[in-house]
Design a protein around this ligand. Structure first.
Ligand code: ZN
Length: 82
């Protein structure tokens, strides 16, 4: 008898960590100005508007960094131990 391999597929999905808020950041594409990273995205947008008003620079790279985790089929939405 030849060896058997049992393959099963599990449904996974990815979820945002409920206890760790995303961090928003932005930097000007015309100079070295950067907004202080914040959990408040609107506050970062306001900083960009202020910089635009002072400098005339109107384009920014914006990033949002957040923690996510994989939820396996049948598991709860509780984040696993890192
Ligand atoms: Zn600038």
């Amino acid at each position: 008898m030849s060896p058997r391999v049992i393959v099963r597929s599990l449904v996974h999905r990815i979820a945002a960590h409920p206890d760790i808020l995303p961090t928003y950041a932005a930097n000007c594409t015309s100079c070295h100005w950067t907004a202080e990273p914040s959990k408040d995205g609107e506050a970062v947008d306001v900083k960009c508007l202020e910089h635009a008003g002072r400098s005339g620079h109107r384009q920014f790279m914006r990033t949002v960094t957040g923690r996510a985790f994989v939820v396996r089929e049948g598991e709860s939405d509780e984040p696993p131990t890192p």
